[in-house]
Design a protein around this ligand. Structure first.
Ligand code: DX5
Ligand code: ZN
Length: 247
């Protein structure tokens, strides 16, 4: 099914698979990176969490640099951290090719999630100028800026930035942990964005054999997968299956 009039004038974008390291074996990251390459994965998704924007702490620039050293695949740093602007250069220096910025860091938070310990973080209005400033910083260093949006933040906040954004990542779970259940609200967001945006649209959270076809039909072309890929006993088949999906 076509996600709007665009498919008549624009060929389907190639599907790319991004493996989320959060589900990898951290005691043998180099081996898991090699496995990703052997399976035909295009990107390595590094989930960066600070215990403030999300209720979990994970990876920083040091581990990202180690990942960079062991793979030629594109490395995307998904920054789920407060004040991401303080860390953009650090992650680029560490070797990230794509920097994912949560739009919820660029606007006044909803009352219900303003304090520490209140999750997920959501906004209703995006400070477009501030967000574009950081996208420009990333582009000026020759890297791609990706606008990431949480399930509860209205997709319309992206209206002012789509023309400039390198890519978009739609969260299909509330960020913080791998292995969560897919939230279908992400599909409406993807349809909305695809009708207005020709670049890469990724989807992140709860992707598996049931949910991936829906995401691709809606217009997503980058599939982030953590637990589904890493827990499978036939990872190569998982990647092949996801890549042959079509809208
Ligand atoms: C969630 C992370 C996701 C997650 C994906 O906060 O941003 O990248 O690790 O894991 P799965 O595919 O298991 O939902
Ligand atoms: Zn992620």
């Amino acid at each position: 099914m076509c996600p709007g009039f665009l498919c008549k004038i624009m060929p389907m974008k190639k599907i790319e698979i991004s493996a989320s390291l959060l589900s990898a074996d951290f005691g043998r990251i180099a081996e898991d990176l090699k496995l990703c390459e052997d399976c035909g994965v295009e990107r390595i998704h590094v989930d960066v969490m600070d215990g403030h924007f999300v209720p979990n702490i994970t990876i920083g620039p040091v581990v990202t640099a180690a990942v960079r050293k062991h793979t030629k695949l594109s490395v995307e740093a998904h920054l789920m951290i407060e004040h991401p602007w303080d860390y953009i250069d650090g992650f680029i220096d560490a070797g990230a090719d794509i920097i994912g910025l949560q739009v919820e860091c660029y606007g006044e938070r909803r009352l219900a999630c303003r304090s520490y310990g209140q999750y997920p973080k959501e906004i209703d209005v995006l400070d477009t100028a501030l967000f574009m400033r950081d996208c420009a910083r990333i582009k000026a260093r020759g890297k791609e800026a990706c606008a990431v949006i949480n399930p509860g933040t209205p997709v319309e906040v992206l209206d002012g930035v789509l023309a400039q954004a390198g890519s978009v990542l739609v969260m299909s779970v509330n960020p913080g942990f791998s292995g969560q259940k897919f939230m279908p609200v992400a599909l409406d967001k993807i349809r909305y964005i695809r009708a207005r945006f020709q670049g890469d649209i990724g989807i992140d959270g709860g992707i598996n054999a049931q949910t991936a076809p829906q995401a691709v039909k809606a217009g997503a072309n980058v599939l982030i997968t953590g637990s589904y890929f890493f827990s499978s006993s036939s990872r190569q088949l998982v990647v092949q299956g996801l890549k042959t999906l079509s809208a």
